[in-house]
Design a protein around this ligand. Structure first.
Ligand SMILES: [Zn+2]
Length: 98
């Protein structure tokens, strides 16, 4: 039984990425809201849209938005998925970069 859900307008909670003031690189990264909440409770690391992994802190500071996160966020869920698939493919096939 293959049930495939296709939605044109995306109203999914998981796409509701929130901006978190990550202290890595002095950039604010986009993280999934649910993941962020979980991380704040458990103290577990989160993964930003750009792939940055860190443990978020509660006290917010003002940092410029991570350009890579911004770019991926603007792509939307579909664009991001495509981007990540390409990245995975590159990581697999690309043995040695020039
Ligand atoms: Zn980022």
């Amino acid at each position: 039984m293959a049930s495939m859900k296709r939605t044109e307008t995306v109203q999914d909670e998981r796409t509701d990425a929130r901006l978190d003031e990550g202290d890595h690189d002095r950039f604010a990264h986009y993280v999934e809201k649910s993941k962020l909440t979980e991380a704040l409770i458990n103290g577990s690391p989160v993964i930003a849209l750009c792939g940055k992994v860190w443990v978020p802190s509660r006290d917010p500071e003002r940092f410029p938005i991570c350009p890579e996160c911004k770019r991926l966020f603007d792509l939307g869920p579909e664009g991001r998925r495509r981007e990540w698939e390409e990245r995975l493919r590159d990581a697999r096939s690309g043995g040695g970069s020039p």
